[in-house]
Design a binder for this molecule. Structure first.
Ligand code: SF4
Length: 105
């Protein structure tokens, strides 16, 4: 139904990608966690991992990357500096220091 899919966290777009790219090779840690949390409707035996942590108060969001309290890839930089929006070669874009630094495969 859609050519591109956007993923938002706490009211901000964190990833935008062509549909197939987003579902087969998600970049942002939140996108990855959302896909891991999808129930296994086809009973393949794939383990489902609920998204960990609590949603912060959007009226008082965490500093830096607002996803850092829940992100397994967060570093000191993530706690103080909001990630910039970076265009990707496939036409998508993502806002994540770990992706920018090449720390995520
Ligand atoms: S910027 Fe840091 S905290 Fe935010 S999603 Fe990327 S790795 Fe996680």
């Amino acid at each position: 139904m859609a050519d591109e899919v956007g993923v938002m966290y706490l009211g901000r777009l964190v990833e935008l990608a062509p549909r197939r790219q987003l579902f087969t090779q998600p970049r942002h840690p939140y996108t990855r966690m959302l896909l891991d949390a999808i129930p296994d409707l086809h009973a393949t035996g794939r383990a489902r991992t609920p998204v960990q942590g609590e949603v912060p108060n959007p009226l008082s969001p965490p500093p830096g990357c607002t996803f850092h309290p829940r992100c397994p890839h967060a570093t000191a930089r993530c706690r103080v500096e909001a990630p910039a929006w970076h265009a990707q070669p496939d036409g998508g874009a993502v806002a994540c220091h770990a992706v920018e630094e090449g720390r995520l495969g």
